[in-house]
Design a protein around this ligand. Structure first.
Ligand SMILES: [Zn+2]
Length: 96
């Protein structure tokens, strides 16, 4: 289930911006608001034409919202499991 990983991005160079790998690399900086204006613009240009990356960004944004609200509301078990799995995945990814 890793068919979304890289490989089949849109043709690069059209906007002189970034590719999928880079957009995912900057995902957390973007969500943390730590990107420069230039970077954000490049990123948005990429997201404009790349649905898979938009999905990833939306998922992460939602994930953060869920985590932020976790204390306030009761979260359905299934959603909580999804979040826990995603966190585990990120943890193992960020190890190296
Ligand atoms: Zn992309």
């Amino acid at each position: 289930m890793t068919s979304e990983e890289g490989r089949t991005g849109p043709p690069s160079g059209a906007w002189g911006g970034i590719d999928c790998e880079e957009s995912i690399h900057h995902l957390y900086d973007f969500l943390d608001g730590e990107l420069t204006e230039d970077r954000r613009r490049e990123l948005r240009a990429h997201l404009d034409s790349c649905a898979p990356c938009v999905k990833k960004y939306e998922f992460e944004a939602e994930l953060r919202r869920v985590i932020a609200n976790r204390c306030k509301d009761r979260v359905p078990d299934e959603l909580r499991r999804r979040v826990a799995e995603a966190i585990d995945l990120e943890r193992s990814k960020n190890k190296g």
